[in-house]
Design a protein around this ligand. Structure first.
Ligand code: COA
Length: 173
């Protein structure tokens, strides 16, 4: 993992917007970022993905928040909350050059604070691969409860995952 020397600062979360194509390409076409998320997306499909994501944000069925480190405008990553099959799920990604600075952890805590204030998501689940040390650490320190290991299908592939859940309105965090 590449690490930067800057001291860790805060993060700002903002909704995805139509000008985020470059950030989407940086994140979604990066083999390291996408290794456990179904592999890198072909570049020519990213614009359509962004259009779909803008629509889901417009219709309120997902939160897709861009992570912007304090004092800058460049997008470092994303944190998303969405509902499927009656389950609310959270996911996150941070570009390699921004990793190791505490940004994902801060972004996840910030989005859980938004979820607590909003109240719409109920319990929020996360399914990081068992081998994804940073994501499992985020769940642990973010107040998620560990429910066990299971197989999860993502982008047509089966992954061995840890199942975590958090109640954003609960007292654990
Ligand atoms: C997972 C990911 C978002 C972490 O981003 P990040 O900004 O580097 O994470 P942070 O710096 O906030 O670190 C989060 C926690 O992981 C720990 N951590 C970071 N890198 C680690 C590593 N290589 N090994 C073990 N722990 C690690 C940190 O110490 C921190 O622990 P804490 O919460 O107990 O303080 C990033 O690695 C990524 O985008 N990975 C690819 C996409 C992905 O796998 N998404 C998750 C799908 S569920």
């Amino acid at each position: 993992m590449r690490r930067r020397a800057e001291p860790a600062g805060g993060v700002r979360l903002r909704d995805v917007q139509s000008g985020d194509l470059d950030a989407y390409v940086r994140l979604r076409c990066d083999p390291a970022v996408m290794a456990e998320l179904g592999g890198p997306q072909p570049r020519d499909r990213v614009a359509a993905q962004l259009r779909r994501d803008l629509e889901t944000v417009r219709d309120g069925s997902a939160w897709i928040k861009m992570i912007v480190p304090d004092g800058g405008t460049e997008v470092a990553g994303t944190v998303t909350v969405y509902a499927h099959d009656g389950v609310s799920e959270i996911g996150w990604m941070v570009a390699p050059e921004f990793q190791g600075r505490g940004l994902a952890g801060k972004a996840v805590r910030a989005v859980l604070d938004l979820a607590r204030a909003d109240g719409r998501w109920g319990l929020i689940h996360a399914f990081p691969a068992t081998t994804n040390a940073a994501s499992n650490a985020i769940c642990r320190s973010g107040g998620f409860a560990f429910l066990g290991e299971e197989q999860t299908e993502f982008a047509g592939r089966l992954f061995r995952t840890n199942h975590w859940v958090v109640d954003p309105c609960g007292t654990r965090r």
